[in-house]
Structure formats: structure tokens, C-alpha cells
Design a protein around this ligand. Structure first.
Ligand code: FAD
Ligand code: NAG
Ligand code: NAG
Ligand code: NAG
Ligand code: NAG
Ligand code: NAG
Ligand code: NAG
Ligand code: NAG
Length: 497
């Protein structure tokens, strides 16, 4: 009995993989004939440029062809062809900054690279900025600032708006205005049915809510209409401290994240970097104050920690900060993997999490020393929930929760060279998350929330929103994508079904 069930199970698995694992040879040819000049094959420079545009080496997979739509209509035509060729698997790429291999690209299938759809325009009497889904955060800031406006986008210019906004989005103005997804007033979406619809507070409002956290499970967003805010200069940047400053820095961060000290104008993160070949731990703060006239405000303690090796705090426009920050990350592409967890802040937890990570990360790295691993432990603030009466998102916090005041999320990162180290370092990430969560549980500060945009493929951020939320997301997926194209043919991303 047991044996035959196992046999049936593995047979079913074979059938499923046969169905979704191969590209029907016709799919790319049909795409090329439906969308002349938008489909690129491996020998084309544009194909090559698309693959090279992924910032982390492990993301540079090789699809049979790359589709580069230049309009919402192109996206809908591509979806029509792919739906017919229903064994062809495909991937959707915005800015390409999700670190999980296979989430934004694919081997053998088809990749829809949105990067040509990146127009940004200010509309509706300067109230709204319409951002093409292939835009990078820098494109959005640059266009908005020309009109003395700004938006909630990534804090490093190279981050794509599409993944950022559909996964939540932590921005400079988030302490004041909340998640970036809550500043979206309308999503224009190409559905699997080929229809192009708006999702906003009054039309398809269930889809509107689902896209704020549910990412690529419902359709391909082709344009984001986001709230425009007055442009502002911000004071901030990077401070690199001497290794001996770690404890003081984590004290200062803990103080900063104590509810009574909540400052709605301070954003950023504190990181401890570990370089295995140098055997050094370096503390870094990357923080900004969005009202320079009130500086240092909540940043006082963090900026006063000493000794400092480098202090790059400076007042400038948002676009200048994000452009310079991009230069820091673009340098030489390596392999980067990450995972996340969240917890409530108490006076000791940040120190205890740090001590635990610090005790394990050299050991994990030593096994893969040949891959020159470095590690990062980053503490970041979470945005608040939409206020009572505002349009909801899907992230699972209630209007009574105050994550902006009393919670942080953690990013644990490994950066390295050499594919052979991937499995081992992923196992290391998994173990680190597990022991940190055991610790936060013991301390009574654990919170299930996992920020999707920093979650590893082996985590389940959609479940972390709560049972109710996940159920609603499934219903929306079934309603707008009855054939399950985004569940089955789109192999990458966090799935609902
Ligand atoms: C250097 C760096 C800085 C970062 N800074 C921040 C920050 O300040 N704040 C923050 O919150 N996060 C930040 N992140 C995390 C970031 O939000 C995620 O990496 C996010 O996925 C990036 O979006 P993308 O469009 O570049 O990603 P992609 O990898 O292109 O997309 C991510 C996912 O979204 C899906 N997707 C892409 N386009 C669409 C679309 N048009 N419609 C539907 N689904 C789509 C993809 O299929 C994929 O699964 C940062 C990441 C990096 C690497
Ligand atoms: C297709 O399936 C085979 C056998 O299961 C596997 O070896 C191969 O890697 C799969 N290809 C893709 C693109 O997933
Ligand atoms: C792009 O083309 C160059 C030259 O043909 C080649 O060396 C390189 O490996 C290609 N890059 C990718 C990502 O395929
Ligand atoms: C794929 O399309 C064929 C032909 O239209 C259809 O018979 C089949 O049921 C479809 N398969 C799936 C999984 O939708
Ligand atoms: C831009 O906006 C700011 C803040 O609202 C304002 O102080 C400034 O005068 C504006 N500048 C221009 C050129 O309109
Ligand atoms: C919401 O969608 C409807 C239907 O397409 C559209 O008429 C309306 O202008 C949209 N609202 C916003 C705020 O974009
Ligand atoms: C780690 O340290 C080594 C040796 O000092 C140095 O060459 C390397 O660039 C450092 N790596 C990173 C990622 O900083
Ligand atoms: C950006 O870099 C330029 C050139 O190095 C520098 O002059 C400027 O002060 C920097 N601005 C910020 C905000 O870091």
C-alpha cells in the first residue's frame, strides 16, 4: 500500500515535470512572429545585454529567448502566445534585483524582460507619477525631481520598482508614509487572459490589495501610478566604524528602535560585515534624515558612535544619494544569497542575535573559504500599516500593529564566488535563520513576518502574512488567472498554490 502510493506520487511528479519543463519549440518562434523586433535569441547583443543586466552572477540563466516588450499591449500579446503554448515556462524580470535564482530569469524557457518599458511621467496635476514597470528607482526619482517631486522607491537607484512595489517596499519616506506599495494608487496589469486592466481602490480592488505584497502571482504589472510627494533634500549616507564600535553601535540602534524614540524622519540600516579572508567584522550604518533642518534627531546616537573609519554623511537630493549608492553596489558582480526574519525589539535581543550570528558565521564560511565568502547581518526598520480607512495591503499587519515603532527585520546575506559553494552557504543561511528564530522565540520577541523582498526561496513569506491573507490571495489568483498560468508556467517567485 505504502509502496504503491509512493510509486503513484513519483509518477505524478514525472508527468508534471514533463508538462512544464520543456519549451515547446514553437513558443519563441511564435513570440517572434507576434512581436517582431521584440524577441531576442542567444546570438543577439540585446539578449546578451539582458542577461548581463542581472546584478548577481547566479541570476544569469539562459532562456531560449528574451522578450523585451515596449508597451502594455506587447505584454498582453506575449501572454496570449505563452498561454497557448501552455507547456512553456517563463519568467518575468523587473529590475532583476531579487537574489533568488530562477525568480526573474529561467534556463530554457522564455524571459520577459520589462526593461524597455521604463517611461516615467508626472500626471494629474502633479499628484501622481506614472512609472513604467521596467523602470529602476533612479528613473523614477530623476523624473519626479525635475518637477520638484519625489516618490517612495528603493534607496539604491539600481533597484527595480516592480519587485520592490509588489513585495512591499521600504523607502526613505516609509517611517512617515508607510510601505511604498501603499503609495500606489493604481496598477495597470496585463492578465493571463490577455486583458489589460486597472487595479485601484474603486476598480478590481481585490487585485489592488493582492498586488501589494503578492508580487507575480496574478498578472504582469505594466505601470504603477504612485503618489507624488514634494521633493526633499536628505542628510545621510554611510558611516564605517572600527570593529571595536560594534557593541556601541548596536546599543545606539536598539535605542533608536525603542518605541518612545520613534523618529518619523529617520530611515536606514545598520550592518555588521564579515570578511572571511581578512577575518574581520566591520560595523556600518547607512542612515538618512529626511528633514535635514531637524538633524541629527533620532540619528544622534548612531552618528556619535566612535571610532569611525569613514563618515560620508552629507546633505543632497534623494536622486544624488541613490545614484551614488548605486556606484557602491554595481562594482564587481558576485553571487549573493539572502534570507530574512523579523522580531520585536527589547533591550537585549539585537545584541543576542548579533552574538549568535558572529559565533557561527566564521565556521560556516571556513568550509567554503575557497569561494571568498563574506557575510552580512543587517537590522532594518519596518514601515507602519495603512491607517484606518486607507486602502489595505496584503502584508498581514493590522491597523493596531505598530511595526514601525517596535519591530525590526533582519537580513542575513552571503556573498561569494563559485557556484560549488551555493548549496553549502544556503544551508548555512537556513541554519542561521533557524537558530535566530529559536532565540527570538525563547526571548518572546519572535514575529512570523518575513519581508518577501529579502526572503530566500526556501522561506514562505506569503504564509507569513497569515492564513486569512493567504486564503484571500489564493482567491484573487484563481479569479484573475483561472488557468493558473502564473502558478504553473511562471516557475519563479513565491507561489500561492
Ligand atoms: C542593492 C539592493 C538594494 C535594495 N534596496 C531596497 C530598499 O531600499 N528597500 C526595499 O524594500 N528593498 C530593497 N531591496 C530589495 C528589493 O526590493 C528586491 O530585490 C526587489 O525584488 C527588487 O525589485 P526588481 O524589480 O529589481 O526585482 P526582480 O528580480 O526583477 O523582480 C522580483 C520579483 O518580482 C516579479 N516581477 C518583476 N516585475 C514584475 C511585474 N512587472 N509584474 C509582476 N511581477 C513582477 C519577478 O517575477 C520576481 O519574482 C534592495 C535589493 C538590492 C539588491
Ligand atoms: C527538466 O527535467 C529534467 C529531468 O527531470 C532535469 O534534469 C532538467 O534540469 C529540467 N530542465 C529544466 C529547465 O528545469
Ligand atoms: C556576451 O557576449 C560576449 C561576447 O560574445 C561573451 O563573452 C559574454 O559571455 C556574453 N555574455 C553573456 C551574459 O552571455
Ligand atoms: C494546454 O493546452 C491544450 C490544448 O489547448 C489543452 O488540451 C490542455 O488541457 C492544456 N493544458 C493545461 C495544463 O492547461
Ligand atoms: C520645491 O519644493 C520645496 C518643498 O516643497 C520648496 O521649498 C521649493 O521652493 C520648491 N522649489 C521649486 C524650484 O519649486
Ligand atoms: C481605477 O480604474 C478605473 C477603471 O479602469 C479608472 O477609470 C480609474 O481612473 C482608476 N482610478 C485611478 C485612481 O487610477
Ligand atoms: C576581504 O578581505 C580581503 C583581504 O584583506 C580583500 O582582498 C577583499 O577585497 C575583502 N573582500 C570584501 C568583499 O571586502
Ligand atoms: C556623490 O558623489 C560625488 C562624486 O564623488 C560627490 O561629489 C557627492 O558629494 C556625492 N553625493 C552624495 C550625496 O553622496
Amino acid at each position: 500500500m505504502r509502496l504503491s502510493r509512493t510509486l503513484l506520487g513519483s509518477l505524478a511528479a514525472v508527468v508534471v515535470s514533463a508538462q512544464y519543463n520543456t519549451t515547446q519549440p514553437t513558443a519563441c518562434a511564435e513570440l517572434a512572429s507576434a512581436l517582431p523586433e521584440r524577441v531576442f535569441f542567444p546570438e543577439a547583443p540585446t539578449y546578451n545585454a539582458s542577461i548581463s543586466s542581472y546584478p548577481f552572477i547566479q541570476l544569469r540563466l539562459h532562456p531560449n529567448c528574451v522578450v523585451r516588450p515596449t508597451s502594455a499591449k506587447d505584454v498582453s500579446v506575449a501572454l496570449g502566445v505563452l498561454q497557448q503554448n501552455n507547456r512553456t515556462r517563463f519568467a518575468v524580470k523587473g529590475g532583476g534585483h531579487n537574489a533568488n535564482a530562477g525568480f526573474n530569469n529561467i534556463d530554457n524557457g522564455v524571459t520577459i524582460d520589462m526593461q524597455s518599458l521604463k517611461g516615467v511621467e508626472v500626471a494629474r496635476g502633479d499628484e501622481v507619477v506614472r512609472v513604467g514597470a521596467g523602470a529602476l528607482s533612479q528613473d523614477a526619482y530623476d523624473a519626479a525631481e525635475k518637477r520638484n517631486l519625489t516618490v517612495l522607491a528603493g534607496r539604491i537607484g539600481v533597484v527595480g520598482v516592480a519587485g520592490f512595489l509588489t513585495g512591499g517596499g521600504v523607502s526613505f519616506l516609509s517611517p512617515q508614509h508607510g510601505w511604498a506599495c501603499d503609495a500606489v494608487v493604481n496598477f495597470e496589469v496585463a492578465l493571463a487572459t490577455g486583458e489589460i486592466v486597472n487595479a485601484n481602490a474603486t476598480a478590481n480592488s481585490d487585485l489592488f490589495t493582492a498586488l501589494k505584497g503578492g508580487q507575480n502571482n496574478f498578472g504582469i504589472v505594466t505601470r504603477f501610478d504612485v503618489k507624488a510627494y514634494p521633493a526633499t533634500r536628505i542628510w545621510g549616507g554611510r558611516i564605517v566604524y572600527a570593529p571595536s564600535a560594534a557593541t556601541d553601535l548596536l546599543n545606539a540602534f536598539t535605542e533608536f528602535k525603542t518605541p518612545k524614540n520613534f523618529d518619523p524622519y529617520v530611515a536606514g540600516w545598520v550592518t555588521i560585515r564579515y570578511n572571511h579572508s581578512a577575518a574581520l567584522f566591520n560595523p556600518v550604518a547607512i542612515m538618512w534624515h529626511t528633514k535635514p533642518e531637524l538633524k541629527p534627531g533620532g540619528l544622534k546616537q548612531i552618528t556619535e558612535v566612535k571610532p569611525q573609519v569613514m563618515n560620508g554623511m552629507i546633505e543632497a537630493s534623494i536622486s544624488e544619494h541613490t545614484r551614488n549608492a548605486s556606484r557602491q553596489v554595481v562594482a564587481t558582480p558576485r553571487r549573493t544569497i539572502w534570507a530574512t526574519t523579523s522580531f520585536h525589539v527589547n533591550p537585549t535581543i539585537v545584541h543576542k542575535v548579533h552574538a549568535l550570528w558572529k559565533s557561527l558565521v566564521p565556521e560556516i564560511s571556513e568550509t567554503y573559504a575557497y569561494a571568498n565568502p563574506s557575510g552580512e547581518l543587517t537590522f532594518q526598520a519596518l514601515p507602519g500599516s495603512p491607517r484606518k480607512g486607507a486602502a489595505p495591503n496584503s502584508l498581514g499587519f493590522s491597523t493596531n500593529d505598530t511595526p514601525e515603532k517596535d519591530m525590526v527585520f533582519l537580513q542575513i546575506v552571503f556573498t561569494f564566488d563559485g557556484a560549488q559553494a551555493t548549496d553549502g552557504l544556503e544551508k548555512g543561511l537556513k541554519d542561521l535563520i533557524e537558530v535566530v528564530e529559536e532565540l527570538t522565540q525563547e526571548e518572546g520577541v519572535y514575529h512570523p513576518y518575513k519581508y518577501l523582498n529579502f526572503a530566500a526561496w526556501f522561506q514562505d513569506p506569503l504564509r507569513s502574512y497569515g492564513k486569512e491573507q493567504k486564503k484571500k490571495l489564493k482567491e484573487v489568483a484563481r479569479k484573475y488567472d483561472p488557468k493558473g498560468v502564473f502558478q504553473k508556467q511562471v516557475s519563479g517567485g513565491f507561489k500561492l498554490l
